[in-house]
Design a binder for this molecule. Structure first.
Ligand code: HEC
Ligand code: HEC
Ligand code: HEC
Ligand code: HEC
Length: 432
């Protein structure tokens, strides 16, 4: 009897020991890292693997962007049994109205939910949205790879007009995109961001000197420059939806196309996370408090040796609210804070999809009238203007990846504007 108990205890102890060992070996440690003295070449620094021996904890977080974490409204995708192999969420199947709203443009051919940084380069290489590699613009890798620093050094801005097949490499987003190769200080590497900032059009914040400019390199709306095909941020007149529409109105931009059903010139907005979070007409409480992208998406952590480091696993903050939200919202509890965030998101999610459907109905109603010659030129021009603006405001929120969390007041304001325009357009249609 005693012997058996001893055996059970031994077994439990062994299991605990193994579990602890597993915990230690899987929890990152910077303990035996080599001291960093800078890279000899940009070639070396573009390969993220080469940073690992100096900064194992940060590297470990970066690697975990390959893990998909599903939340109610966010997360990158559904994890499959084998872990690394993940299913992509197909937006065109989930939201059929997108095929109408983006008709005539590449996004009606292939559109998946965004995933972790680990997949950025693979996803752009595989997309059904773009033509063959020889015809696809090089600009598309601009926010997908550390190679950009090298291409800038060799070609200046000339590489943007080269074919995709010439610039496509194998390094996804990594350390070099946010850290200097000589001393690893935090820095941004995209010159188009400096050009965007030079317009000096920020209203709510002073972006210079903020750590989260590293995110503004890519998590912003953009189009290609007409001359060089370089990325251009639409910040000439400001960062709000209205100001950016003014920017597009000033000249025809890439990512604008004539919608085949209504004949309206419409624009495709791309992920304006930075703009919505910091620069709405409605100011969000979290931005007003000084919180940056990094505070919620890169919380501080402690490694196995008790050393503090910054978590480099960019994902939904709702998967680890203890380190991102509880410092301020402990009175709501961990479940409470998620429930409140999802309450905020749910109202925006419902509205952005409802208006997405209403927009599709409006587009088809205009098309039907136009096809049977039931609308005069003046009225058609008016309807096309309404379509352009309503689509701009709806898309500005629809493609923003937080489902309104980053600035719910602004999300509702901009979506309401889209809906008012659609209603006005429907009334115009009823009267002809
Ligand atoms: C106050 C905390 C907070 C700040 C600051 C913040 N975010 Fe978020 N972010 C969130 C939450 C919460 C979500 C919703 C996640 C979900 O739906 O599971 C989110 C979602 C996202 C997503 C989509 C992720 C997903 O899982 O679907 C991206 C991308 C993102 N944020 C980028 C940014 C950028 C860039 C900034 C800075 C401009 C920023 N965030 C600032 C809390 C924050
Ligand atoms: C998207 C931008 C981004 C990328 C990519 C990135 N980092 Fe960081 N890194 C940051 C930010 C932001 C901080 C925190 C700065 C602060 O809070 O002062 C940081 C901090 C650090 C620090 C300082 C110590 C700490 O943990 O706070 C080290 C070292 C570091 N990163 C290494 C790396 C390595 C290695 C990689 C690649 C595996 C990497 N980073 C990729 C943005 C990035
Ligand atoms: C070099 C460009 C680049 C930089 C810099 C960058 N991102 Fe990203 N980010 C992307 C791209 C591209 C994706 C989508 C990848 C995909 O879907 O394959 C993405 C995806 C994400 C996601 C996951 C979205 C999801 O649904 O799972 C989060 C969260 C995120 N980024 C946050 C940040 C934050 C916070 C920063 C700044 C610290 C940052 N990113 C800096 C380009 C960038
Ligand atoms: C620096 C402190 C701080 C941090 C960190 C912070 N918040 Fe907040 N948050 C506030 C304040 C202050 C308010 C406004 C007052 C209030 O509603 O309690 C607020 C408001 C909110 C609201 C609106 C509540 C409502 O129903 O109107 C939600 C939802 C929310 N926060 C969620 C989050 C989530 C999720 C995180 C983490 C990803 C987070 N917050 C991180 C300070 C913070």
């Amino acid at each position: 009897m005693r012997k058996e108990n001893g055996f059970v205890i031994l077994l439990i102890a062994l299991c605990l020991g193994l579990a602890t060992m597993a915990a230690v070996s899987s929890s990152p440690t910077n303990g035996d890292k080599e001291s960093f003295e800078g890279f000899d070449s940009l070639d070396e620094a573009t390969v993220t693997e080469n940073w690992k021996r100096y900064f194992p904890a940060q590297y470990d977080g970066w690697m975990r962007t390959s893990e998909m974490q599903e939340t109610t409204y966010g997360g990158g995708g559904k994890a499959e049994a084998e872990g690394m192999d993940v299913e992509k969420i197909n937006y065109l199947e989930m939201y059929p109205f997108l095929k109408v709203n983006y008709d005539g443009f590449a996004f009606s051919k292939g559109y998946y939910r965004s995933r972790g940084h680990y997949y950025a380069l693979t996803d752009i290489a595989d997309t059904e949205r773009l033509p063959d590699w020889d015809k696809r613009p090089a600009t598309c890798i601009g926010c997908k790879t550390t190679d950009v620093s090298k291409l800038d050094a060799i070609h200046g801005d000339d590489w943007y007009s080269m074919p995709f097949s010439k610039v496509m490499g194998s390094n996804t987003i990594g350390c070099l995109d946010c850290h200097a190769p000589d001393d690893a200080t935090v820095r941004h590497a995209r010159t188009w961001l400096d050009e965007g900032l030079a317009h000096g059009t920020f209203a709510n914040i002073e972006p210079e000197g903020r750590t989260d400019l590293v995110c503004a390199q890519c998590h912003t709306n953009y189009h290609f420059s007409a001359d060089t095909r370089k990325v251009e941020l639409a910040w000439t007149t400001g960062l709000t939806a209205e100001a950016q529409l003014e920017h597009y109105d000033a000249a025809r931009r890439s990512d604008e196309w004539v919608h085949p059903r209504t004949g309206a010139l419409v624009a495709k907005i791309q992920h304006p996370e930075y703009e919505l979070y910091h620069e709405g007409q409605e100011v969000n409480v979290h931005s007003m408090l000084g919180l940056q992208c990094t505070d919620c998406h890169m919380p501080k952590a402690t490694d196995a040796d008790g050393e503090k480091y910054t978590e480099h696993h960019w994902t939904s903050p709702l998967t680890h609210v203890e380190s991102t939200c509880m410092g301020c919202h402990s009175n709501w509890g961990t479940d409470g804070v998620v429930a409140r965030a999802e309450g905020v998101q749910g109202r925006v999610y419902e509205k952005q999809n409802r208006i997405g459907r209403e927009l599709a109905e409006f587009i088809d109603a205009v098309a039907a009238k136009r096809d049977n010659g039931g609308v005069d030129e003046v009225t058609l021009t008016r309807l096309q203007k309404i379509h352009r603006e309503a689509q701009f405001y709806w898309d500005f929120i629809w493609v923003e990846n937080s489902n309104g969390f980053h600035n719910w007041g602004e999300a509702h304001r901009v979506l309401d504007k889209a809906e008012t325009l659609i209603n006005e357009g429907m009334e115009v249609l009823d009267s002809v």
